[in-house]
Design a protein around this ligand. Structure first.
Ligand code: XMP
Length: 506
């Protein structure tokens, strides 16, 4: 048994996934569940990160029996701090809070850092730090800002690291986790998603739905497309795919969707025009969470109505794991955003939910798409949030703002594609900032809108780096927007990483 104790980090499941990819089945448990575990059967334990401070009243803690065994332990971020705190070290608010990239220098030759260069780039996300390490431990890495970036009690095989090896932006993170697995006495074996996995998923859906009917929320994005195709393969005509044109979609999206799913896959797709309904629901709403809720509610109302017409008892959604975790799906996680496709289901709804991709990350979904031999256009489709352009308009949504944003966004997409950058980026899009600034157009004063551009590099939705787009591409985007969208006088580029900034502005 290999355990991951979840203290509420956004990336606990990513740790689980990384360990799974090394061929080791593992279980995520809460600190409460840990109390009941028989540690004789446990080969290794990872303590996750979390949003709390160990010294705060009510912060999640770990049963002291953990330190009475010979099981190897790796504490990550909060996990490190809990080790230090429980063993009489000291954890204090850091002089400098760190969010994003940091350099570490490895000291000594701990097996945890085997095959890792002495200096490397890691991803940090913490406010507290270990200011005094517990007896029996030594510092095995420092960063530019903290002396105890990693600590070890080699005799006991207890380790703590302040950075996140599970995030792709941490160099050699996979090597570090693989080293820890070896320290636990297990030989890691890299695992891959296969056609077999996909066949199993289809069989699972067939079994769950039986002779029942399903409706499927189709948005055109890779997640809902893959979910729809999986269900289509499982139950064929018993699936009705519903596409709701909320009016919050990007340029030409509805037309493209009709082409792919109706004409290419001959799927049973219903395209509904609900633009006015959504605009009405969003009238006067400025709070991002309220927008999500209003959109979610409108979606669900329409689905319920359609479901009744088709006699469906199942609702299939393309929810993926980051949607679940970022909607605080686990006990100690703090709420970042309530993604509409997780948060909005009312209890009265009679539909059972089928979410075949609920445990997958985006890159895994793309792998499933290519194993299903879907067109590359879909396999590589960049993610687009369920609430659509509404969460890229700061402030109240209106038809006019949507039109300005849609035109600007299409230009960003076009120029990024022309420059051959599309596939290198997680997303590239425009934001309607709602900030009016002074400009000059044709020798006259122009008080116009500000459009922001966001282009992001990421391998999953948990961490991201703003993309180093060549100046001439940024310039082409800027010039085209102010020329082709007359309401806009200013274009700015967002240079924020995640964390602390999320990808979407709302
Ligand atoms: P954030 O902004 O949370 O975005 O860093 C991470 C990824 O999730 C997408 N996103 C959403 N997707 N409903 C969705 O279906 C939402 O409410 C939502 N908010 C963000 C975002 O586009 C990015 O790919």
């Amino acid at each position: 048994m290999f355990l991951i104790v979840d203290f509420g980090s956004q990336s606990t499941h990513l740790i689980s996934r990384r360990i799974r990819e090394l061929g080791i089945k593992n279980t995520i448990i809460t600190p409460d569940e840990f109390e009941k575990i028989n540690l004789n059967e446990v080969k290794g334990i990872i303590l996750s990160g979390g949003p709390s401070s160990v010294y705060e009243p009510g912060a999640p803690t770990i049963d002291g029996k953990l330190f009475k065994t010979s099981v190897p332990i790796l504490g990550i971020c909060y996990g490190l701090q809990i080790i230090a705190y429980k063993l009489d070290g000291k954890v204090t608010p850091g002089k400098k809070k760190e969010y994003g990239p940091a350099n570490i220098t490895i000291q000594g030759d701990s097996p945890l850092f085997a095959h890792i260069p002495q200096t490397c780039n890691v991803w940090m996300s913490h406010g507290d730090e270990v200011s005094k390490i517990p007896a029996g431990f030594a510092a095995i890495a420092k960063s530019d800002t903290i002396p105890h970036a990693a600590i070890a009690n080699e005799g006991k095989k207890w380790y703590g690291i302040q950075f996140h090896p599970e995030l792709v932006h941490t160099q050699f993170g996979d090597v570090l986790l693989s080293n820890f697995i070896k320290i636990c006495g297990i030989e890691p074996v890299k695992q891959e998603l296969t056609k077999h996995t996909v066949t199993d998923m289809i069989e699972d859906i067939k079994e769950s739905v039986g002779t029942g009917k399903a409706i499927c929320a189709l948005s055109g994005g890779v997640d809902s497309s893959v979910a729809a195709l999986l269900v289509h393969k499982a139950i064929g005509k018993h699936l009705t795919a519903i596409y709701i044109d909320s009016g919050l979609m990007r340029q030409n999206e509805t037309e493209q969707l009709r082409e792919v799913f109706k004409n290419h896959y001959h799927m049973n797709v219903k395209i509904l025009n609900a633009k006015q309904q959504f605009l009405k629901a969003l009238k006067g709403v400025t709070d991002p969470e309220k927008k999500r809720k209003a959109i979610g509610k409108t979606f669900i109302t329409i689905f319920e109505k359609e479901a009744k017409k088709t006699g469906a008892t199942f609702l299939v959604q393309g929810t993926i794991y980051p949607d679940v975790i970022e909607s605080a799906g686990t006990k100690h996680a703090s709420k970042i955003k309530s993604h509409h496709n997780v948060g909005g289901l009312p209890d009265r709804m009679k539909l059972s939910l089928i979410e075949p991709l609920r445990m997958f990350y985006k890159d895994e979904v793309r792998k499933v798409a290519s194993l299903l031999e879907m067109p590359t256009e879909i396999v590589n489709r960049r993610p687009f949030p369920g609430p659509g352009l509404a969460i890229r308009i700061i402030g109240e949504v209106s038809e006019k703002k949507l039109a300005i944003l849609r035109k600007s966004d299409a230009i960003v997409k076009d120029e990024i594609k022309k420059a051959g950058l599309e596939l290198k980026l997680w997303q590239a899009f425009a934001i309607f900032t709602g900030i009016k600034t002074t400009g000059v157009r044709g020798d006259a004063r122009a008080y116009g809108e500000t459009i922001a551009i966001r282009a992001i590099e990421a391998a999953d939705a948990m961490s991201a780096h703003w993309a180093n787009i060549p100046y001439d591409v940024l310039n082409a985007i800027s010039v085209r927007i102010v020329t082709e969208v007359p309401e806009v006088t200013r274009v700015v580029y967002d240079i924020s990483n995640k964390p602390p900034a999320t990808m979407e502005w709302e």
